[in-house]
Design a protein around this ligand. Structure first.
Ligand code: AP5
Length: 221
């Protein structure tokens, strides 16, 4: 299966993608995660990406397209992938279409997580991530067993640098202006499958499973 997962910041893309990856054994490719990993290693890519990410702005298309092109052509993606947070602009979507066309491949679905903006701000402000392994928690809905400590590796839980209220509001505006218009692009291709991101994690995931079950059935025919 070749899938995109889209939706505004905090709608649960990373959370649902982790569950999809486990259940369907397809690589989860998150451009946000790739940039954060590069920032942590201090690579040239990381230094460049940090200039944008910390302020909630989009990393320029040429840089983003290059990392996706390199990742998506790796061997583990030959039988499918789940792209999380890409594409976010029209040039990124056009690039992806051309790459898939060249390989005679098609997307199966675009999962669109929908949620009210004010609830998103509240949700993101409660997010904590492990500074060591990157596991994600939420102070109310998914707390760690010991406050501030990762259940998986014992690392320290921190807020992401771009999770301040001011930056979240900018990220939401950028989503509305640059990324939301892609819904029309993919609706014309009849690929959009909308999922309510505001319910609990398992309820949203059950909706995803139902959608993906339909796609698998279609492949078998
Ligand atoms: P990215 O990492 O993609 O950030 P984002 O799109 O802003 O999304 P988030 O990671 O904030 O949220 P999410 O939807 O994954 O939600 P999560 O599952 O964590 O990108 C970061 C930056 O990188 C961008 O701003 C940009 O600068 C750059 N970038 C990335 N891709 C780019 C591209 N293609 N082009 C240019 N620049 C790019 O959940 C959020 C919280 O809620 C967590 O605490 C979670 O535990 C909790 N939660 C999740 N689901 C539920 C639920 N159902 N109920 C209760 N709590 C829940």
């Amino acid at each position: 299966m070749r899938l995109l997962i889209m939706g505004p910041p905090g709608s649960g893309k990373g959370t649902q993608a982790t569950l999809i990856k486990q259940a369907y054994q397809i690589p989860h490719i998150s451009t946000g995660e790739m940039f954060r990993a590069a920032i942590q290693t201090g690579s040239a890519l990381g230094v460049e990406a940090k200039k944008y990410i910390d302020h909630g702005e989009l990393v320029p298309d040429d840089i983003t397209i290059e990392i996706v092109k390199n990742r998506i052509t790796e061997k583990d993606c030959h039988h499918g992938f789940l792209l999380d947070g890409f594409p976010r602009t029209l040039p990124q979507a056009v690039f992806l279409d051309r790459l898939l066309e060249k390989c005679r491949l098609q997307l199966d679905a675009v999962l669109n997580l929908e949620m009210d903006e004010e609830a998103l701000v509240k949700r993101i402000l409660g997010r904590r991530v492990c500074s060591n392994c990157g596991a994600t928690y939420h102070v109310e809905s998914i707390p760690s067993q010991v406050a501030g400590i990762c259940d998986v590796c014992g690392g320290k839980l921190v807020m992401r640098k771009d999770d301040t209220e001011e930056t979240i509001r900018l990220r939401l505006r950028i989503y509305r202006e640059n990324t939301y218009p892609l819904m029309e692009y993919y609706a014309k291709k009849d690929l959009i499958k909308t999922v309510d991101g505001s319910c609990d994690i398992q309820t949203s995931f059950q909706a995803v499973v139902q959608i993906l079950g339909g796609i698998n059935d279609h492949h078998k025919k």
